[in-house]
Structures are given as structure tokens and as C-alpha cells.
Write a protein that binds this ligand. Structure first.
Ligand SMILES: NC(=O)c1ccc[n+]([C@@H]2O[C@H](COP(=O)([O-])OP(=O)(O)OC[C@H]3O[C@@H](n4cnc5c(N)ncnc54)[C@H](OP(=O)(O)O)[C@@H]3O)[C@@H](O)[C@H]2O)c1
Length: 324
């Protein structure tokens, strides 16, 4: 495919945990002109250098500090903008998408990559929903992409690892007996590479998942594949404990709204939604209006939990842990 006939895609947040694997999958797909927008201070980070060496073209910009006009200059000639910025930079996405609209971008993908959830259950999803309304009102084409929970956060990290993701993986909730939809970050990227070129997904929400299992099933796989009793490292918060955590986090947020207190609500609210209510499933996502990515792309086979666990426990820490 000549570079003129390829879609030009710009990934914002390509130095991050999700964005790096999205940019990697776009390069692997070999059907996009792949650009990444990175903050001037981040251009020497290993992930950015790696993507550049693989052929991604780097543009410098900052969605919080740049004006619409400054961002617009970086978006001339871009067909699709995919944002994978962190929660702390969500405010800048309005500026980014306004600039995208002005520059004639055909489709934008905001940094969702979470649950399909009705209003009032998860504060972060409500905030992302406001951004969806902003995008719809702008009149720019869009696709909202949800992925359930990262499989990377559900498989307990090997006992010799440390860090925030490892700690997160040692917490869960509920009885372990409800089905939950998971996607490893590698497959988030691969799904995105399918979705953004597909006319059927324009102005739609798409729900991706690699596997849908109970925690009991996940931990059986984790113990067997890792050869360790990792299940015993996981604290399973009860329904009552999670309800208390949600209430405490809600009070903290109402007393002092900030990124910290928003983030403080994410884990208990998400755990309650998926592990207690059992609503993080493809069935629920479809009920709420999402397209099922597995049905859209029957030829794409994402990794099963078993397959991913083999990679996860074999490859750590190089690929999955500290420095993707
Ligand atoms: N479903 C799940 O289980 C799950 C789990 C975690 C996250 N998520 C979602 O995934 C999305 C991405 O999260 P993540 O954890 O992958 O993010 P992350 O690792 O924190 O990466 C964020 C990226 O955004 C870039 N960025 C931040 N501020 C910016 C700015 N002002 N201008 C330009 N770029 C900026 C950062 O650039 P620098 O390199 O310059 O710092 C970094 O590359 C979020 O929407 C989050 O809610 C979902």
C-alpha cells in the first residue's frame, strides 16, 4: 500500500501504557501512516525512541498547555486522532478535538479504554461521557472504544515483582464467581488498528474483549501457568468493604475535587461494577448500545487468558512490566 493511500493516524499519549501498544499495533498493521504527538520533555523516553526507530513520525505538542491553533498545525493532513492520555490530562482532550475538527480530521477516538457503564455508577466514566457529548456537539466523526478491564491488572504479578501495577493486581473483589470481560494491552492496540479504518464503527461505541472469565477461573490459570500460589496473594474485598470504600472516596472527592480524589474513586467503583454487580460483560455492553468488536472482526483472534498468561509469566518484566 503506498503511503498516499494509507490513512494517516496520530496517537496522543504514545509514551503511555496503552498508547505505546496502540502505536505499536498501528505500525505492525502496516496500513497506516503513523504519527505520535508527544510532549517536548518526553521525546527521549525509551518508548518514543522505540516507536520512532520503527517508523513513527514524531510531532511535539502538549494538549494541556498548547492552544487550539498550536495543536491544529500538528493535525493538518491527519485522518484519525487516537488519544490515550492519562486521566490527569483529560481536560486537554477538548482542546485537542476542537483542533482536530478545525484541521479537518475525519475521526477522533478519545481516551476511554474502560467500561461500558450507565450514568451514575463510575465517576470517571461520567466524566468521559461529558467529553463524548462535547465531541458529538462538535460534529467531528468519532469512535468510542471500551475494552473492559486490562487483563494485565487481573493476572497477579509474580511474587518477585514490585510497583503500582503489581500492587493493583493483588487486589480484587466479590466472590470470584461472576464473569468479567478482560483485554490485555497488546490486544487493545490490535483492536484499535481494526476499528479506526472501519466505516461501520464511525460514530459508534465499540466494546472489545479478549476473554470473559470469572476470577476463580483466572486465578486457576495464573497458579497453573506461573507455578506459584499467586491466588493467595490477592485480597478479595467484599461487597460491604467495597461499598464503604466507595462512600469514603465519594466524601473525599466532594470535600476536595482533584485528580487524586477522582482516581481514588476509580478502583472501588470499577471493582463494584464488575466484581460485585457482574456488569463488565459484552452482553451488558451490547445492551447499553455498543458494537461487539469480536463480532465485527471474526478473523481476528485475540489472546485467550491462558495464552496471555503464558506470555505474561514468561516475558516479565521486559515487555509487560517496567518498560514496554
Ligand atoms: N480498562 C482498564 O483496565 C484501564 C486501566 C488503566 C488505564 N485505562 C485507561 O487507559 C487510558 C490511558 O491510560 P494509561 O494508564 O495508559 O496512561 P499513561 O500510561 O499514564 O500514559 C499517558 C500518556 O499521556 C501522555 N500525556 C499526558 N499528558 C499529556 C499532555 N498534556 N499532552 C500530551 N500528552 C500527554 C503522557 O505523555 P508523557 O510520556 O509525556 O508523560 C503518556 O504518554 C486512560 O483513559 C485510562 O482511564 C484503562
Amino acid at each position: 500500500m503506498s503511503s498516499e493511500s494509507k490513512l494517516t493516524v496520530l496517537v496522543v499519549g504514545a509514551g503511555g501504557n496503552t498508547g505505546f501498544l496502540i502505536a505499536t499495533a498501528l505500525l505492525d498493521a502496516n496500513k497506516y501512516n503513523t504519527y505520535i504527538l508527544c510532549r517536548p520533555g518526553s521525546q527521549d523516553k525509551t518508548r518514543i525512541v522505540t516507536l520512532k526507530a520503527r517508523g513513527a513520525k514524531v510531532k511535539l505538542g502538549d494538549i494541556i498547555n498548547d492552544t487550539v491553533e498550536e495543536l491544529e498545525k500538528n493535525l493538518i493532513g491527519v485522518d484519525v486522532v487516537v488519544s490515550a492520555v492519562s486521566t490527569s490530562s483529560m481536560d486537554g482532550e477538548k482542546t485537542l478535538f476542537q483542533a482536530a475538527k478545525n484541521a479537518g480530521v475525519q475521526r477522533v477516538v478519545p481516551s476511554d479504554f474502560g467500561f461500558m457503564v450507565p450514568p451514575g455508577e463510575i465517576l470517571l466514566s461520567d466524566m468521559k461521557r461529558k467529553l463524548h457529548s462535547f465531541i458529538e456537539e462538535l460534529g467531528v466523526g468519532y469512535t468510542f472504544i471500551e475494552v473492559g478491564w486490562w487483563m494485565d491488572l487481573v493476572l497477579p504479578y509474580p511474587s518477585n515483582t514490585t510497583g503500582i501495577l503489581a500492587q493493583r493486581s493483588y487486589t480484587a473483589g466479590g466472590t470470584g464467581k461472576v464473569k468479567v470481560a478482560f483485554t490485555p494491552r497488546i490486544d487493545i492496540g490490535r483492536f484499535v488498528a481494526h476499528i479506526i479504518a472501519d466505516p461501520r464503527t464511525l460514530n459508534q461505541t465499540v466494546f472489545c474483549y479478549s476473554d470473559q472469565l470469572t476470577l476463580d477461573e483466572v486465578y486457576d490459570i495464573a497458579n497453573r501457568v506461573s507455578g506459584e500460589d499467586l491466588r493467595s496473594k490477592v485480597t478479595m474485598w467484599t461487597k460491604a468493604q467495597l461499598a464503604k470504600q466507595i462512600e469514603d472516596a465519594r466524601v473525599a472527592y466532594e470535600q476536595a475535587p482533584s485528580v487524586m480524589t477522582i482516581v481514588g474513586r476509580v478502583v472501588p467503583e470499577c471493582y463494584y461494577y464488575m466484581y460485585v454487580r457482574g456488569h463488565n460483560t459484552v452482553e451488558k455492553a451490547k445492551e447499553l448500545g455498543a458494537l461487539d468488536a469480536r463480532a465485527l472482526y471474526p478473523d481476528f483472534q485475540p489472546l485467550s487468558t491462558e495464552e496471555y498468561a503464558k506470555l505474561f509469566y514468561k516475558e516479565l518484566p521486559d515487555i509487560f512490566y517496567s518498560n514496554v
